[in-house]
Write a protein that binds this ligand. Structure first.
Ligand SMILES: [Zn+2]
Length: 263
């Protein structure tokens, strides 16, 4: 007869699987089902960038984070979209260690990780070189909030980061790109303005999940295009600030009423 002292394994007990250990020796449980679903979401979101015309070749990447396990799923580096599979997505921890996957993660992974670490509530990050948003980034200009399309999604101007220093470019460049983004949001709410232009580089956007981050990337490209045309038509245009508050708050404010009731 088995006593209370008998190890659980001897009693036929099977511990929850899979049990993983990180490089620090900490154990944590990863829900296989959760990771499979997150990989599928990230894979689909990456393909959506192509569908919406935001990327050519492999110039873009999407990631998503599971806040419970602290793990991030991201596109592999340099894999063509037409041969990429959901199971190719790479799982990393917030230190950038590969937890699962045989391919190297996107080279922009350290930038994504800085955004997740600094902006609570962000569950998906997107980076593209979409034409109009990148043009504003190259010009080094914030995209001003000059229309209700912008105000529906971004409360403030979409900010452009300052020049990176020699130390930032020469050091841990991708991580420093993330740090520059985070510093640019000093005094700004990243949830209310879910995107940024990295100067001379291109846009990053984010959302509660990968799909929302892609949605915001598409909107950012569209408002960048519309702002370019609007300033061409009238370089001294003005925006009614009442419309900024009206449009932002009807979708995101405490008394939001745009769309269908939830639940
Ligand atoms: Zn880039």
């Amino acid at each position: 007869m088995l006593s209370m002292d008998t190890p659980p394994a001897a009693q036929g007990y099977t511990p929850p699987q899979p049990l993983r250990f990180d490089r620090h020796g900490f154990s944590y449980l990863i829900s296989t089902a959760m990771l499979k679903q997150l990989k599928e979401e990230v894979f689909r979101a990456n393909l959506d960038l192509v569908k919406h015309g935001l990327v050519i070749f492999t110039w873009g990447n999407v990631s998503a984070m599971d806040r419970t396990s602290g793990l991030v799923v991201i596109k592999p580096s340099g894999v063509e979209y037409d041969v990429m599979r959901a199971e190719d997505m790479v799982v990393v921890d917030l230190d950038g260690n590969v937890v699962e996957g045989s391919l190297r993660p996107s080279s922009d992974t350290p930038t994504h990780l800085e955004i997740y670490k600094a902006f609570e509530g962000v569950g998906g990050v997107v980076h593209t070189h979409s034409t109009y948003a990148t043009a504003w980034a190259q010009a080094g200009r914030d995209i001003p909030n000059i229309g209700t399309t912008h105000a529906d999604y971004f409360h403030d101007a979409i900010p452009c980061t300052p020049d990176m220093t020699a130390e930032e470019v020469g050091g841990d460049y991708e991580k420093q790109t993330g740090c520059v983004i985070v510093r640019r949001f000093d005094g700004l709410n990243p949830i209310h303005t879910p995107g940024v232009l990295v100067k001379n580089h291109g846009p990053f956007s984010w959302g509660r999940n990968a799909a929302e981050a892609v949605h915001n990337a598409v909107v950012m490209e569209q408002v960048a295009k519309m702002a370019f045309v609007a300033y061409t038509v009238n370089p001294s245009l003005t925006m009614n600030p009442l419309l900024v508050e009206k449009h932002f708050n009807r979708k995101h404010g405490p008394n939001a009423y745009y769309g269908q009731k939830k639940g």
